[in-house]
Write a protein that binds this ligand. Structure first.
Ligand SMILES: [Zn+2]
Length: 137
């Protein structure tokens, strides 16, 4: 599978799967949280992510190639369920943005996806400065 254009921040092309991944991470989904907790060991994290995908009948696999990680095939189909969709979204994010975009909040350690152009985000949605009217817990 090849895409016809470059996927760049804020990775809107990866939605809605990436949105699902972010929501599940914010909810503390144990499967996706397990992927994040394996980092910075990329192979262990990829193994966990691949197990989620394989265990739920999804085809995509993260494979390491020379310079980085690539996705052999993306399968997030309607009705596949949030976990597969979210795992696929995370896998795609890794392919196009690298594992460094899956981070933990500097305040509460909540896992989140960094969509910024400079990969500079440090906080979860609840602790991000200038978050508008969002209440700080
Ligand atoms: Zn936080």
């Amino acid at each position: 599978m090849t895409r016809k254009h470059v996927i760049v921040p804020p990775f809107r092309d990866l939605d809605p799967a990436l949105e699902v991944a972010e929501r599940l991470l914010a909810q503390g989904n144990p499967w996706l949280a397990g992927v994040v907790s394996a980092l910075p060991d990329e192979h262990a994290a990829a193994d966990r992510l691949n197990r989620i995908l394989a265990g739920n009948g999804a085809a995509p696999r993260l494979v390491e190639s020379g310079k980085g990680w690539r996705l052999v095939h993306v399968t997030a189909w309607p009705g596949c369920g949030d976990l597969v969709a979210g795992a696929s979204g995370l896998a795609e994010l890794v392919v196009f943005g690298g594992w460094r975009r899956i981070k933990r909040c500097a305040v509460c350690a909540q896992a989140f996806c960094d969509r910024t152009a400079g990969c500079s985000r440090r906080w979860c949605a609840g602790h991000r400065p200038h978050a508008g009217s969002r209440a700080v817990l």
